[in-house]
Design a protein around this ligand. Structure first.
Ligand code: SF4
Ligand code: SF4
Length: 391
């Protein structure tokens, strides 16, 4: 599919996560000019398509405009400039931490996270343990609470890598969701290769005699090292960015997909602004990149739809009646209403391209200055100049 002729073809991508690079490449392949703001220090990829402009040191200070005609206000040095874009895609990713409070155990020589274990395999500092005798690694998921999908899958890969280095590996889990073909393939291979899976309800972990002891339902299991997955949390830029862009964040601190009437991937409460990957969902790498593809397709379809007349109802303000109480500005969940001066009148104004036609503003306006236009009228009502009447 190619970008539509005659419309702005820019898309602004925010974030430095792997999902952002994937989105940048997919959008560029569709022919969009991409302005990429990583918003944090990140290593720029070696080669980017010619229709991608990257602004590594730019700070986003505002977002003006509306769907189809956004303007990202960015500070570069002393200057503030406007980067135009018809849509915005956010791919911040998430952040990691070691949940010491949840586990009640500090990291140390016998307690590693999966990335630490992978690193030690890579730099061969586990060699002595692996070659001296049969080392036994105990990988523990869901301890003190459900492990996120992302770090659980990472722990599975680590368990497999240890097993392939001739270690004994026992993987304890309570609620492992094998709900995709790649995960099903991975766990089946792990079992075939000799990783032992052990489901538990309660376990007790003790450090004794130079080893780790886990009292599990099947008895006492002794190991040399305990591997505990990290936890994920929202990226620290999520809340400030949500406030700047007037986006909704869920109780869990991640961007929230909204508008239950709309089921397209990545939609936010603001038309033309999309979220993709781990900044709005718990996903392993493969699932996060798959989500990016779905969101890019959804964004592409939206930009094509801008060429067509609006298909649903939109709010319209009778500006002479408006008393500028700002109720509609405050209540609109989609940031589509504002009070502006136009043609000498300062009054509320609804940008059609940003309006979902939900009618909340019309219901709250104290002087009934807002009407929904383009609303389907049931057959038992007849449209009149004043509104509708029953036939
Ligand atoms: S709620 Fe009604 S009166 Fe108040 S600002 Fe909006 S349009 Fe004007
Ligand atoms: S109908 Fe009103 S409240 Fe709903 S999106 Fe449009 S302007 Fe906002």
């Amino acid at each position: 599919m190619n970008p539509m002729p005659g419309r702005p073809r820019g898309v602004i991508v925010l974030g430095a996560a792997p999902e952002a690079l994937c989105a940048v490449r997919e959008l560029a392949a569709l022919g969009y000019a991409v302005a990429w703001l990583p918003l944090e220090e990140a290593q720029a990829p070696a080669a980017l398509p010619p229709n991608v402009a990257i602004y590594p040191a730019a700070e986003l200070v505002g977002l003006g405009g509306y769907a189809g005609a956004f303007c990202a206000q960015v500070r570069r040095g002393e200057a503030i400039e406007c980067l135009p874009g018809a849509a915005v895609l956010i791919a911040l990713g998430n952040a990691r931490c070691y949940p010491q409070e949840r586990y009640g155990l500090p990291l140390g020589p016998r307690v590693l996270t999966p990335p630490q274990a992978r690193q030690r395999l890579k730099d061969r500092t586990l060699e002595a343990l692996l070659s001296h005798r049969k080392a036994h690694f105990l990988v523990m998921l869901d301890w003190g609470g459900e492990t996120s999908r992302e770090t659980a899958v990472e722990a599975l890969h680590t368990a497999r890598a240890l097993r392939q280095n001739h270690a004994e590996v026992t993987l304890f889990y309570r609620d492992l969701k094998v709900d995709s073909a790649p995960l099903e393939r991975l766990t089946r291979r792990m079992r075939e290769e000799g990783v032992v899976f052990c489901r538990y309800i309660e376990v007790e972990v003790r450090f004794e005699e130079g080893g780790v002891h886990i009292a599990a339902p099947d008895g006492l299991v002794r190991g040399d090292m305990l591997i505990l997955p990290e936890a994920v949390q929202p990226h620290p830029a999520t809340l400030p960015l949500a406030a700047l862009l007037k986006l909704r964040v869920g109780k869990d601190g991640y961007f929230q997909e909204v508008n239950v009437r709309q089921v397209r991937p990545g939609l936010t409460n603001r038309k033309g602004i999309y979220v993709a990957g781990r900044c709005h969902m718990d996903a392993d790498r493969e699932a996060a990149l798959e989500d990016v593809s779905h969101v890019v397709a959804s964004l592409d379809a939206f930009l094509h739809s801008l060429d067509e007349p609006p298909s649903g109802p939109t709010a319209e303000v009778e500006r002479d009646r408006c008393i500028r109480c700002l109720t509609c500005v405050r209540t609109c969940p989609h940031a589509a209403a504002e009070v502006v001066e136009r043609e000498g009148i300062t009054a509320a104004y609804v940008e059609k391209a940003a309006c979902w036609g939900c009618g909340i503003c019309a219901a709250h306006c104290p002087v009934q200055a807002i009407a929904l236009k383009g609303q389907a009228v049931p057959s038992w009502l007849a449209p009149t100049a004043q509104g509708v009447s029953i036939r």
